[in-house]
Design a protein around this ligand. Structure first.
Ligand code: NI
Length: 217
């Protein structure tokens, strides 16, 4: 998921903790040393079908996830799923602040989402953006709290929970592992607005972005 930096963006108007602050890593730090890869765009078939479950918790998975981490940071994103670097595996990474500005980092394979139901369910209408449709942000209504369970890099059970942008990110990235992009969740008018913004910004995001930036994380 993209971080809105444009002044017009709802996410940009939020107070976000400085990136030097120590993130929470309840299930361990993100793997480092990966290679920045081009971000796959909406319209590529791998992004629009449910991803294959992760079944092998091996060095290849760790290398894939390290590349996802490097690519997420190079693109200044707060979350990235494997399909966004063209790999059909149900896994995502994130480094994302919650409503208080506290960052949490994590890796989730085979994510399952839990959202509040009934009177506990409140919608948050903040701006949302996706690294696979860069340069565009529009409001997207989502529950304001989310919990995700799944497995970590060694197949151990993991769980992450949060509010604010973190709740949005956990939902957005779990969606990616199911082949859903947030444009699928938008009414036609908002979808058109998103497309217009993206078209305007297209020159800033060549197809090898962010691999062409020389910005290894
Ligand atoms: Ni996305």
């Amino acid at each position: 998921m993209a971080r809105a930096t444009a002044p017009a963006g709802g996410l940009g108007s939020r107070t976000v903790t400085d990136a030097t602050d120590e993130p929470l890593a309840p299930h361990g730090p993100l793997p480092q040393g990966g290679t920045v890869r081009p971000v796959t765009r909406w319209g590529t078939p791998v992004m629009h079908r449910p991803q294959a479950p992760v079944t092998a918790y091996d060095d290849a998975l760790r290398a894939l996830v390290a590349d996802m981490v490097a690519t997420m940071y190079a693109a200044d994103g707060v979350g990235l799923a494997a399909c966004q670097i063209g790999v059909d595996q149900a896994v995502f990474v994130f480094d994302c602040p919650d409503a208080s500005g506290q960052r949490t980092v994590g890796v989730v394979c085979n994510p399952e989402l839990e959202l509040a139901e009934g009177p506990d369910r409140r919608l948050d209408e903040d701006d949302e953006g996706c690294l696979s449709f860069p340069g565009a942000f529009v409001p997207c209504a989502r529950p304001d709290r989310a919990r995700v369970t799944g497995t970590g890099l060694d197949g151990e059970p993991v769980a992450f929970e949060g509010d604010g942008l973190l709740a949005r990110c956990l939902q957005h990235e779990t969606d990616h592992t199911r082949g859903t992009v947030f444009g699928d969740r938008l009414p036609t008018k908002q979808r058109k607005k998103l497309q217009k913004q993206h078209d305007k910004a297209v020159d800033d995001y060549p197809l090898d972005w962010p691999a062409g930036e020389g910005a290894d994380a």
